[in-house]
Write a protein that binds this ligand. Structure first.
Ligand SMILES: [Fe+2]
Ligand SMILES: [Fe+2]
Length: 154
């Protein structure tokens, strides 16, 4: 059991990148992260059932992240996005961090170090990624849409 409490990931409109589907998916990821946070923040040692519950919530989270990332990557390919490889590498890194976290939790339970890593590597990383990388992709998408509109009018 950790002495630290993990703070939930807070959605705010400044995380909107103005791409309807991606924005919806980001909110769903945050919901799933917060379900993990809620079960990780149990004020007592985990029972076997609770441990299984945490693990299945992490798998539930990972499943959705994989769907979301492949959606973004498909969009990047369609748009001939110049930062595709860097963005994709960031996605791969994030999946491996969460997978790692799940394995460590299975081995050690929730230690202080793990709680800190979840805060930093799962929650803060995601918020930062949305603000920088996904926003940059959305900006590229908007330029692309505009150019497409203009060339279809001319
Ligand atoms: Fe994203
Ligand atoms: Fe992304």
């Amino acid at each position: 059991m950790s002495k630290l409490t993990i703070s939930p990931c807070v959605w705010s409109d400044d995380l909107l990148i103005h791409h309807e589907l991606i924005d919806q998916q980001h909110q769903e990821i945050i919901n799933r992260i917060n379900q993990c946070v809620e079960s990780l923040n149990a004020p007592h040692e985990f029972s076997f059932e609770e441990e299984l519950e945490v693990l299945s919530l992490m798998v539930f989270l990972l499943d959705y992240i994989v769907v979301h990332f492949s959606q973004e990557e498909r969009l990047m390919i369609e748009l001939d996005y110049p930062h595709f490889f860097a963005h994709r590498m960031a996605h791969t890194y994030y999946i491996s961090r969460i997978f790692d976290f799940k394995e460590r939790f299975k081995r050690e339970g929730l230690t202080d170090g793990l709680a800190r890593d979840f805060q930093k590597d799962v929650i803060e990383w995601l918020v930062d990624h949305i603000r920088r990388e996904d926003n940059r992709l959305a900006a590229w998408n908007q330029v692309h849409q505009k150019t497409r509109k203009q060339s279809s009018q001319s």
